[in-house]
Every structure is written in C-alpha cells, then in structure tokens.
Write a protein that binds this ligand. Structure first.
Ligand SMILES: [Zn+2]
Length: 154
C-alpha cells in the first residue's frame, strides 16, 4: 500500500479542504493553533507544498523583532506569541500554577479568572493572533480561513 507522510497541520488542513469547512473554497487557509502554529495554504484548490525544506510554516513568521527565542533558532516567531503553549506559559507563570496543566484546565479555569494580569495577557495573546493572521491574509488573500487545533496536543 502506498503511504504518504506529511506535516500534521497540513494533514488537518487537507481534511478540512476535502471534507470540512474549506471544501467550497479555492483560495483558503487552515491555521492550526496548538503547541505551536502550523497550517496549510490552498491556492486555486491546491495545497502549497515546499519544494525543498519546511516552507509555508506560518508559526515561524516573525511578528516581534528580537522577541522570544523559538525552537527554530529565530526570535519573535508567531508561535512564540500566538500559540496555546505561549498563552499557557504566560498564564502559568503569572498565577504560579504547575507548568504541566492540560489545555482543558487552562481554558476552563485559568483563562477565565478575574485576574487583571491574566486578562492583560489574554488580550496581548489575542492581539498577536490578530497580527499573525492579518499578515497571512495580506500574503495569501484567502476567501476563507479555518482556525483549528490538533485535539491531541492539549
Ligand atoms: Zn520559529
């Protein structure tokens, strides 16, 4: 049997494009917000695929000059500010919680706390998401964007 192995976020995007919310769009994006930020870009109905290296990696677009260090070796990448991991690390630090909390615990308990520092951090996180997604809109001019997450990461 022929098997293809791909990046997880691109697979999620392909599933949305073939069966889900992006099915009727030719030019569209799937943005996966989880431990990092990944995604898939479709132009004229086709997935844009890198020819040599790991191209079209939305999460490694720099949105903060000389910002937080990233696993890719650069500083200020989108995923260091807009991922679930990014907000989790900030909120855990503010509240003095254990760093191994689940995403569900984060959403259901910490992000809704009436703590002014948490509220500021959530607002900052949302603003970074707006900047990153806005950049992607300017680059790809998509008809639609699907935001998703890998449910097994949180
Ligand atoms: Zn990076």
């Amino acid at each position: 049997m022929k098997v293809k192995i791909r990046n997880d976020a691109k697979c999620c995007g392909l599933a949305e494009k073939k069966y889900g919310s992006l099915k009727k769009y030719k030019d569209c994006l799937f943005i996966c917000i989880g431990t990092g930020i990944g995604g898939a870009a479709f132009l004229d109905g086709k997935l844009l695929e890198p020819q040599k290296f790991a191209g079209f990696e939305f999460g490694h677009m720099i949105i903060e000059k000389d910002g937080r260090p990233c696993s890719c070796g650069k500083k200020g990448c989108f995923e260091q500010y807009g991922s679930i991991n990014a907000i989790k690390q900030r909120v855990v630090k503010i509240l003095g919680e254990k760093s191994d909390i689940s995403g569900q615990y984060l959403r259901e308990n910490l992000l809704i706390k009436d703590d002014p520092l948490v509220k500021l951090e959530v607002e900052s996180w949302l603003n970074y998401l707006k900047v990153g997604i806005g950049n992607l809109i300017d680059i790809f001019e998509p008809e639609a964007i699907c935001l998703g997450r890998k449910f097994f990461t949180l």
